[in-house]
Ligand binder design. Sequence first.
Ligand SMILES: [Zn+2]
Length: 207
Amino acid sequence: MKGLIFGPLGAGKGVQCRKLEKQEGVRHVETGTILRENREMETPYGTPADYIEAGDYVPDEVINEVVEQILRDESRFILDGYPRTMSQVSYLSSITDLSVMVYMHVSDETTLNRLKNRQICSSCNESYHEEYKPPAQTGQCDSCAAPLVERSDDDEEIIRHRIEVYKEKTVPVIEHYSDQLDVISIDAERPHDVVWKELSSAIRPYL
Ligand SMILES: [Zn+2]
């Protein structure tokens, strides 16, 4: 299983990928997480920490190197948040082959509603929502009991802007892979457990 997952913010990619990792042993390689976990990883362009600590975006060259080093030891993975640009696409094709792309689609309105008022676990990153997915105990993560925090960038104008940026940058990447790979297209408007049922059976032939 060498896969990619795409979908706008709030599509529930993280939820589905964590299930895939737990139940099927497919490593969830999410860009934000691997950069945090490998802050000190040396690359010819410096470490991720060099950029993060300066408040800069981690450049493509560094992200590419980190992904390459992670994938070197993985034969079963799903990439989430990478590749995000056509230059990352061509780098990725030089380091690994791929078999399948999962595409989760939701409307802009759903993205907006799911991201507004979202709370994130300060320890394991699980996300909660007062309406769609409330925690069992207010302010506390169901899986690890750590406190939940508000995402400061989740206000409406910022979310709309991120939706536009996502479309502009990532849609060409998705179109590129649609021609190259098998595509599992999932209607992610539905509840997470319904989506999981469909995804887990559609992805079985690739596991
Ligand atoms: Zn947690």
